[in-house]
Write a protein that binds this ligand. Sequence first.
Ligand code: GUN
Length: 299
Amino acid sequence: MNIMATKPLILNGRSVAGEVLKNTVSEIELFKLQNKRIPGLAVILVGDNPASHTYVKNKEIATKNIGIYSEVHRLQEHTSENEVISLINSLNLNPKIDGILVQLPLPIHIKTEKVINSIDPDKDVDGLHPYNLGNLMRGQKTLTPCTPQGVIEILNHYSINISGLSAVIIGRSTLVGKPLSILLLEKNATVTIAHSKTDNIQEIARSADLLISAIGKPKLITKNWVKPNAIIIDVGINRIHENNASRLVGDVDYDNASSICQAITPVPGGVGPVTIAMLMANTLKAAQQRETKPANRGA
Ligand code: GUN
Protein backbone atom coordinates (compact mmCIF):
# COMPACT_ATOMS: atom_id res chain seq x y z
CA MET A 1 0.00 0.00 0.00
CA ASN A 2 1.30 3.43 -0.86
CA ILE A 3 0.62 5.18 2.43
CA MET A 4 2.36 8.35 1.28
CA ALA A 5 -0.52 8.98 -1.13
CA THR A 6 -3.31 8.65 1.45
CA LYS A 7 -4.46 11.55 3.56
CA PRO A 8 -4.50 10.86 7.31
CA LEU A 9 -7.67 10.81 9.35
CA ILE A 10 -7.91 14.14 11.17
CA LEU A 11 -8.87 13.57 14.78
CA ASN A 12 -11.15 16.55 15.28
CA GLY A 13 -10.98 17.69 18.90
CA ARG A 14 -13.79 20.21 18.43
CA SER A 15 -16.26 17.44 17.52
CA VAL A 16 -15.09 15.27 20.42
CA ALA A 17 -15.42 18.22 22.80
CA GLY A 18 -18.87 19.03 21.36
CA GLU A 19 -20.08 15.54 22.17
CA VAL A 20 -18.64 15.57 25.72
CA LEU A 21 -20.20 18.99 26.35
CA LYS A 22 -23.58 17.91 24.96
CA ASN A 23 -23.70 14.98 27.37
CA THR A 24 -22.49 17.16 30.23
CA VAL A 25 -25.21 19.76 29.55
CA SER A 26 -27.98 17.18 29.75
CA GLU A 27 -26.51 15.73 32.94
CA ILE A 28 -26.31 19.24 34.42
CA GLU A 29 -30.05 19.66 33.71
CA LEU A 30 -30.73 16.51 35.66
CA PHE A 31 -28.38 17.58 38.45
CA LYS A 32 -30.23 20.90 38.72
CA LEU A 33 -33.59 19.18 39.00
CA GLN A 34 -32.35 16.77 41.63
CA ASN A 35 -30.28 19.14 43.75
CA LYS A 36 -31.85 22.57 43.16
CA ARG A 37 -28.46 24.12 42.41
CA ILE A 38 -25.84 24.22 39.67
CA PRO A 39 -22.29 22.85 39.82
CA GLY A 40 -19.60 25.46 40.56
CA LEU A 41 -15.98 25.84 39.50
CA ALA A 42 -13.34 28.16 40.94
CA VAL A 43 -10.17 28.87 38.97
CA ILE A 44 -7.14 30.52 40.54
CA LEU A 45 -4.62 32.27 38.32
CA VAL A 46 -1.52 33.84 39.80
CA GLY A 47 0.62 36.22 37.76
CA ASP A 48 0.85 37.50 34.22
CA ASN A 49 1.65 34.48 32.03
CA PRO A 50 -0.20 35.38 28.79
CA ALA A 51 -0.85 31.75 27.77
CA SER A 52 -2.33 31.02 31.22
CA HIS A 53 -4.59 34.08 30.93
CA THR A 54 -5.88 32.77 27.58
CA TYR A 55 -6.46 29.24 28.94
CA VAL A 56 -8.32 30.60 31.97
CA LYS A 57 -10.48 32.87 29.81
CA ASN A 58 -11.41 29.85 27.66
CA LYS A 59 -12.33 27.88 30.77
CA GLU A 60 -14.46 30.78 32.03
CA ILE A 61 -16.30 31.00 28.68
CA ALA A 62 -16.92 27.24 28.70
CA THR A 63 -18.48 27.34 32.19
CA LYS A 64 -20.79 30.19 31.13
CA ASN A 65 -21.84 28.37 27.94
CA ILE A 66 -22.62 25.16 29.72
CA GLY A 67 -24.40 26.52 32.81
CA ILE A 68 -21.76 25.97 35.48
CA TYR A 69 -21.34 28.65 38.18
CA SER A 70 -17.85 30.08 37.86
CA GLU A 71 -15.46 32.21 39.89
CA VAL A 72 -12.07 33.25 38.55
CA HIS A 73 -9.58 34.57 41.08
CA ARG A 74 -6.87 36.49 39.23
CA LEU A 75 -4.08 37.22 41.70
CA GLN A 76 -1.02 39.37 41.26
CA GLU A 77 2.39 37.85 40.54
CA HIS A 78 3.72 38.76 44.02
CA THR A 79 0.86 37.02 45.89
CA SER A 80 2.32 34.84 48.67
CA GLU A 81 1.96 31.07 48.94
CA ASN A 82 0.01 31.53 52.19
CA GLU A 83 -2.46 33.87 50.52
CA VAL A 84 -3.12 31.32 47.78
CA ILE A 85 -3.55 28.56 50.33
CA SER A 86 -5.94 30.71 52.44
CA LEU A 87 -8.05 31.29 49.33
CA ILE A 88 -8.09 27.54 48.64
CA ASN A 89 -9.10 26.85 52.27
CA SER A 90 -12.10 29.16 51.90
CA LEU A 91 -13.07 27.60 48.53
CA ASN A 92 -12.77 24.13 50.13
CA LEU A 93 -15.49 25.21 52.59
CA ASN A 94 -17.64 27.11 50.07
CA PRO A 95 -20.78 25.03 49.34
CA LYS A 96 -21.28 26.69 45.93
CA ILE A 97 -17.90 25.43 44.72
CA ASP A 98 -17.50 21.81 43.56
CA GLY A 99 -14.25 22.16 41.66
CA ILE A 100 -11.04 24.09 42.29
CA LEU A 101 -8.37 24.48 39.62
CA VAL A 102 -5.09 26.27 40.16
CA GLN A 103 -3.72 27.24 36.76
CA LEU A 104 -0.11 26.10 36.32
CA PRO A 105 2.65 27.11 36.19
CA LEU A 106 2.68 29.12 39.41
CA PRO A 107 5.29 31.86 39.98
CA ILE A 108 8.54 30.32 41.22
CA HIS A 109 8.23 31.65 44.79
CA ILE A 110 5.14 29.45 45.28
CA LYS A 111 5.55 25.69 45.84
CA THR A 112 3.16 23.93 43.47
CA GLU A 113 2.97 20.75 45.57
CA LYS A 114 2.04 22.65 48.73
CA VAL A 115 -0.73 24.51 46.92
CA ILE A 116 -2.14 21.44 45.17
CA ASN A 117 -2.03 19.43 48.41
CA SER A 118 -4.21 22.06 50.11
CA ILE A 119 -7.12 21.46 47.69
CA ASP A 120 -9.88 19.22 49.05
CA PRO A 121 -9.36 16.02 46.97
CA ASP A 122 -13.13 15.89 46.37
CA LYS A 123 -12.89 19.30 44.64
CA ASP A 124 -9.65 18.56 42.79
CA VAL A 125 -11.05 18.70 39.24
CA ASP A 126 -7.52 18.73 37.82
CA GLY A 127 -6.87 15.31 39.40
CA LEU A 128 -3.45 16.42 40.64
CA HIS A 129 -3.85 15.90 44.40
CA PRO A 130 -1.84 12.89 45.66
CA TYR A 131 -5.11 11.21 46.73
CA ASN A 132 -6.49 11.31 43.17
CA LEU A 133 -3.15 10.48 41.52
CA GLY A 134 -2.82 7.55 43.96
CA ASN A 135 -6.27 6.25 43.03
CA LEU A 136 -5.40 6.62 39.36
CA MET A 137 -2.25 4.55 39.94
CA ARG A 138 -4.37 1.83 41.55
CA GLY A 139 -6.84 1.81 38.65
CA GLN A 140 -9.70 3.13 40.81
CA LYS A 141 -12.34 5.56 39.60
CA THR A 142 -11.28 9.05 40.61
CA LEU A 143 -10.95 12.64 39.38
CA THR A 144 -8.44 12.28 36.54
CA PRO A 145 -6.23 15.02 34.97
CA CYS A 146 -8.14 16.64 32.12
CA THR A 147 -5.62 16.50 29.27
CA PRO A 148 -4.72 12.79 29.64
CA GLN A 149 -8.41 11.98 30.00
CA GLY A 150 -9.07 14.08 26.89
CA VAL A 151 -6.53 12.04 24.91
CA ILE A 152 -8.35 8.84 25.90
CA GLU A 153 -11.68 10.46 24.96
CA ILE A 154 -10.35 11.24 21.46
CA LEU A 155 -9.15 7.65 21.00
CA ASN A 156 -12.51 6.30 22.22
CA HIS A 157 -14.48 8.69 20.01
CA TYR A 158 -12.73 7.39 16.90
CA SER A 159 -12.94 3.76 18.16
CA ILE A 160 -9.18 3.40 18.08
CA ASN A 161 -8.38 0.18 19.88
CA ILE A 162 -5.00 0.56 21.49
CA SER A 163 -4.83 -2.78 23.28
CA GLY A 164 -1.46 -4.34 22.46
CA LEU A 165 -0.18 -1.28 20.61
CA SER A 166 3.15 0.29 21.34
CA ALA A 167 2.50 3.78 22.74
CA VAL A 168 5.31 6.29 23.12
CA ILE A 169 4.68 9.44 25.15
CA ILE A 170 7.19 12.24 24.74
CA GLY A 171 7.16 14.26 27.97
CA ARG A 172 7.03 13.14 31.60
CA SER A 173 5.07 15.90 33.35
CA THR A 174 2.71 15.26 36.26
CA LEU A 175 0.05 17.14 34.29
CA VAL A 176 0.18 15.00 31.15
CA GLY A 177 2.92 12.40 30.53
CA LYS A 178 2.86 10.45 33.79
CA PRO A 179 -0.93 10.19 34.28
CA LEU A 180 -1.44 9.46 30.58
CA SER A 181 0.98 6.53 30.83
CA ILE A 182 -1.25 5.00 33.52
CA LEU A 183 -4.45 5.53 31.51
CA LEU A 184 -2.87 3.94 28.43
CA LEU A 185 -1.63 1.00 30.51
CA GLU A 186 -5.22 0.52 31.73
CA LYS A 187 -6.15 0.18 28.06
CA ASN A 188 -3.47 -2.49 27.59
CA ALA A 189 -1.03 -0.46 25.52
CA THR A 190 2.69 -1.11 25.95
CA VAL A 191 3.87 2.26 27.16
CA THR A 192 7.22 4.02 26.89
CA ILE A 193 7.83 7.53 28.24
CA ALA A 194 10.61 9.41 26.48
CA HIS A 195 11.89 12.81 27.60
CA SER A 196 14.62 15.39 27.19
CA LYS A 197 17.32 13.04 28.56
CA THR A 198 16.29 9.99 26.52
CA ASP A 199 18.96 8.57 24.21
CA ASN A 200 17.84 7.82 20.66
CA ILE A 201 14.54 9.62 21.21
CA GLN A 202 13.79 9.76 17.51
CA GLU A 203 14.30 6.02 17.13
CA ILE A 204 12.05 5.31 20.12
CA ALA A 205 9.36 7.61 18.71
CA ARG A 206 9.64 5.76 15.40
CA SER A 207 8.79 2.48 17.14
CA ALA A 208 5.37 3.85 18.21
CA ASP A 209 2.03 2.72 16.83
CA LEU A 210 0.60 5.54 18.95
CA LEU A 211 2.85 8.57 19.31
CA ILE A 212 1.86 11.25 21.82
CA SER A 213 3.85 14.40 22.21
CA ALA A 214 3.57 16.65 25.26
CA ILE A 215 6.94 18.32 25.36
CA GLY A 216 6.20 21.92 24.32
CA LYS A 217 8.71 22.21 21.46
CA PRO A 218 7.17 23.73 18.33
CA LYS A 219 7.21 21.46 15.26
CA LEU A 220 9.90 19.19 16.76
CA ILE A 221 8.37 16.02 15.40
CA THR A 222 8.82 15.49 11.70
CA LYS A 223 8.15 12.39 9.61
CA ASN A 224 11.59 11.01 10.56
CA TRP A 225 10.16 10.49 14.05
CA VAL A 226 7.05 8.69 12.85
CA LYS A 227 6.43 5.02 12.06
CA PRO A 228 4.45 4.65 8.82
CA ASN A 229 0.73 4.45 9.65
CA ALA A 230 1.18 5.59 13.25
CA ILE A 231 -1.51 7.49 15.12
CA ILE A 232 -0.28 10.86 16.36
CA ILE A 233 -1.74 12.84 19.25
CA ASP A 234 -0.20 16.28 19.60
CA VAL A 235 -0.70 17.75 23.08
CA GLY A 236 1.67 20.68 22.50
CA ILE A 237 0.27 24.19 22.14
CA ASN A 238 3.10 26.56 21.23
CA ARG A 239 2.84 30.15 20.09
CA ILE A 240 5.31 31.01 17.32
CA HIS A 241 6.05 34.27 15.56
CA GLU A 242 6.58 33.97 11.81
CA ASN A 243 6.37 36.53 9.00
CA ASN A 244 5.26 39.28 11.38
CA ALA A 245 2.36 37.19 12.63
CA SER A 246 1.82 34.97 15.63
CA ARG A 247 0.06 31.60 15.55
CA LEU A 248 -0.35 28.38 17.49
CA VAL A 249 1.43 25.20 16.46
CA GLY A 250 1.84 21.81 18.07
CA ASP A 251 4.94 19.78 18.90
CA VAL A 252 4.39 18.01 15.61
CA ASP A 253 5.27 19.49 12.22
CA TYR A 254 1.74 18.79 11.00
CA ASP A 255 2.18 19.07 7.23
CA ASN A 256 5.37 17.07 7.25
CA ALA A 257 4.24 14.28 9.61
CA SER A 258 0.78 14.04 7.98
CA SER A 259 2.39 12.53 4.89
CA ILE A 260 3.26 9.35 6.76
CA CYS A 261 0.77 8.83 9.61
CA GLN A 262 -2.65 7.17 9.68
CA ALA A 263 -4.36 9.70 11.95
CA ILE A 264 -3.39 12.96 13.64
CA THR A 265 -4.78 15.69 15.90
CA PRO A 266 -4.41 19.24 14.55
CA VAL A 267 -3.29 22.27 16.59
CA PRO A 268 -5.41 24.25 17.21
CA GLY A 269 -8.58 22.16 17.27
CA GLY A 270 -7.15 18.93 18.65
CA VAL A 271 -6.49 18.09 22.29
CA GLY A 272 -7.04 21.68 23.57
CA PRO A 273 -10.86 21.86 23.27
CA VAL A 274 -11.20 18.35 24.68
CA THR A 275 -9.16 19.30 27.77
CA ILE A 276 -11.65 22.08 28.52
CA ALA A 277 -14.61 19.76 27.93
CA MET A 278 -13.10 17.23 30.37
CA LEU A 279 -12.77 19.99 32.96
CA MET A 280 -16.50 20.69 32.63
CA ALA A 281 -17.25 16.95 32.91
CA ASN A 282 -14.98 16.65 35.96
CA THR A 283 -16.72 19.61 37.65
CA LEU A 284 -20.07 17.93 37.17
CA LYS A 285 -18.64 14.63 38.43
CA ALA A 286 -17.23 16.34 41.54
CA ALA A 287 -20.64 17.97 42.16
CA GLN A 288 -22.45 14.64 41.77
CA GLN A 289 -20.03 12.94 44.13
CA ARG A 290 -20.39 15.68 46.72
CA GLU A 291 -24.18 15.34 46.62
CA THR A 292 -24.12 11.56 47.02
CA LYS A 293 -21.35 11.29 49.60
CA PRO A 294 -22.82 11.01 53.10
CA ALA A 295 -19.88 12.76 54.80
CA ASN A 296 -16.56 14.19 53.80
CA ARG A 297 -13.66 11.78 53.97
CA GLY A 298 -11.83 12.14 57.27
CA ALA A 299 -14.66 14.16 58.82
N1 GUN B 1 -1.61 24.61 32.59
C1 GUN B 1 -1.65 24.07 31.36
N2 GUN B 1 -2.54 23.06 31.33
C2 GUN B 1 -3.08 22.97 32.55
C3 GUN B 1 -4.06 22.12 33.14
O1 GUN B 1 -4.63 21.21 32.51
N3 GUN B 1 -4.33 22.35 34.45
C4 GUN B 1 -3.69 23.31 35.15
N4 GUN B 1 -4.01 23.44 36.44
N5 GUN B 1 -2.79 24.11 34.65
C5 GUN B 1 -2.48 23.95 33.36
